[in-house]
Write a protein that binds this ligand. Structure first.
Ligand SMILES: [Zn+2]
Length: 570
């Protein structure tokens, strides 16, 4: 079909251990091949430029019901624009919660190829898949939310890992999801009665199971099935001063558990947006960073990974399956609040939030995210996210990269804060000289995230046989710009973005779109009679939909690529 060669670029491919080597990359029929195999076709001159695999985002909220509630309740967030140069694109709107079309184009401009939707309520999976269909260029997976699911709380209360595994495998098939997402375990169910679980030992009303038992049971279920990704946790007590203690209690639940999977994943627990979970102090008056304490622990654990959730200091919209947290936030800032409770499964809330640069608290949050990433010893396990749009829109990733790569950029901003002295007292950011390099940025944005999701045989690298997703940035690693703003602009507008072998972005403008894929996990562990009976009974008694209409119809899911997992030996 089509052939292409990318010549003379500086290649950063951590999955293959390539650190800025000058190297040609060949592409044939949508896959990476050895450059010597390309005889004809398009030639791209990448001399003096940085070449990386297409970006892989491990945690973002881009499709589904709560995202759409965010779009509906915030017409003031809309910016309508249609770039004159981008003639074949649809209208793009929304700053913090962009429309589906704007989302796909904006990720592609930054050189991203794959995103993982972080929270899909199982009952509403058709909504998620409808929006995936309308999101251009990107390959997408979605994680069904399970930390407050009635079936799972009942099985795990009894220690029935195999029954829970059978239900989980069924739910992944029913929703076409990729893995197990756990949000405020137990707490969101407690919120069904207006309550919460703030520590890992607070029992869930009526179910009488604790968050600790839910998390531990879900890790065991995940490794029993051998799923590509690990358990993906947003723990209890998010966003409160002192949350670091709860987080460390949660992380310790993974101690002594080893991975069981054929996908190259090394962790058993992924803690998402760790920044919101690394707070010290006892109230907003003595609020301080606990990043050092957090990373002293995390750096020693081989079976834990995390993404940061960097605060970008913008006006944005928060949206999470953590219902009680959103209510709490609404009481702090008195802005609009939306809430949706989903029968037997989960809940969600949406509240606008202004991370004001003149607020001491927001600036400390900004510092904590950067500290976590600068203290990390292994950037394969520390990933770049903003929990889009919770800590800021994903379009700010290039700005975050600038802060990580330039102490000058950090210091200039820090010293422009109204309460700079108080922020410096409550954090360690001013004393940190470390500047990350392009190899570490490639680990945080593609190699590490792909490995952690269990898809590093197809995404996140440039080894022959992998999908031909390549980002080329106008940055010369041998002559990095003195002005840090140039780093932000280079990562904002890729010189070229190639998706499945097709040039989709040139000089920062979208010039084409390509077919894309929905990735999900087909765990071939069968339902047993007991679990099948439980499912039928709960649908008859409690669900408002029929079981036959619950599972997302095959023709409702766009271009599926299953990750197949053989069932464990009986
Ligand atoms: Zn999230």
């Amino acid at each position: 079909m089509s052939e292409m060669i990318i010549k003379n670029g500086f290649v950063f491919d951590p999955l293959a251990g390539i650190k800025g080597e000058k190297k040609d990359i060949g592409i044939k029929d949508g896959k990476i091949v050895d450059a010597s195999e390309v005889k004809k076709g398009k030639e791209i001159d990448a001399s003096g430029k940085t070449v990386m695999a297409g970006g892989v985002d491990i945690h973002t909220h881009v499709v589904g019901p709560k995202v759409n509630v965010g779009r509906l309740m915030r017409p003031e967030d809309k910016l309508f624009r249609s770039r004159t140069k981008e003639r074949n694109t649809r209208m793009q709107m929304g700053f913090a919660v962009p429309s589906t079309y704007a989302t796909g184009y904006a990720y592609a401009r930054m050189g991203y190829a794959y995103v993982n939707e972080a929270a899909m309520p199982p009952l509403h999976s058709p909504h998620v898949h409808e929006e995936i269909r309308d999101t251009p260029i990107l390959d997408i997976s979605a994680m069904p939310v399970m930390g407050n699911n009635w079936f799972q709380m009942e099985y795990l209360k009894q220690g029935e890992i195999e029954n829970n595994a059978a239900y989980t495998a069924w739910l992944l098939r029913a929703t076409k999801g990729i893995g197990i997402k756990c949000v405020n375990p137990g707490g969101t169910e407690a919120w069904g009665w207006g309550m919460n679980c703030l520590t890992i030992h607070d029992p869930v009303p009526y179910f009488d199971i604790t968050p600790a038992e839910i998390v531990k049971g879900q890790i065991q279920t995940n490794e029993f099935l051998g799923l590509p990704h690990s358990l993906h946790v947003h723990g209890n007590n998010l966003g409160n001063p002192g949350s670091a203690e709860t987080t460390l209690d949660t992380l310790k639940l993974a101690e002594g558990i080893t991975t069981n999977n054929k996908f190259g994943r090394e962790q058993v627990l992924h803690n998402t947006h760790l920044q919101f979970h690394s707070y010290g102090g006892t109230g907003w008056g003595d609020f301080e960073s606990a990043s050092q304490k957090m990373m002293d622990y995390v750096n020693k654990q081989k079976n834990i990974s995390f993404d940061v959730g960097f605060v970008t200091l913008d006006e944005t919209t928060t949206m999470t399956a953590d219902g009680p947290f959103e209510y709490h936030l609404n009481h702090l800032n008195h802005l609009k609040w939306a809430n949706v409770d989903v029968e037997l499964e989960t809940a969600a809330g949406v509240v606008p939030f202004v991370y004001d640069k003149n607020s001491k608290v927001c600036d400390i949050q900004w510092a904590i995210g950067l500290e976590l990433a600068l203290l990390a010893k292994d950037h394969m396990k520390c990933h770049l996210t903003t929990d889009h749009p919770n800590a800021g829109p994903f379009t700010r990733y290039p700005r975050v990269i600038k802060w990580l790569m330039s102490k000058q950029a950090r210091d200039e901003l820090l010293h422009s804060f109204k309460y700079a002295d108080k922020v410096i007292d409550a954090t360690i950011i001013e004393s940190m000289d470390r500047e990350l390099d392009l190899y570490e940025i490639a680990q945080m944005t593609r190699a590490g995230t792909a490995k952690c999701l269990g898809i590093s045989n197809m995404y996140g690298g440039l080894t022959p046989g992998m999908n031909a997703n390549v980002a080329i940035y106008d940055l010369n690693p041998e002559d990095m710009p003195k002005d840090p703003e140039m780093i932000e602009s280079a990562f904002s507008r890729a010189a070229y973005m190639i998706k499945d072998g097709v040039v989709v972005v040139e000089n920062g403008d979208v010039i084409a779109t390509t077919p894309r894929k929905t990735i999900w996990t087909d765990a071939k562990y069968p339902l047993n009679e007991l679990v099948e009976r439980d499912i039928r009974e709960k649908f008859l008694k409690y669900y408002t939909v029929e079981l036959e209409n619950y599972m997302v119809f095959d023709d409702h899911v766009y271009n599926t690529v299953p990750l197949e997992v053989e069932s464990p030996a009986a």
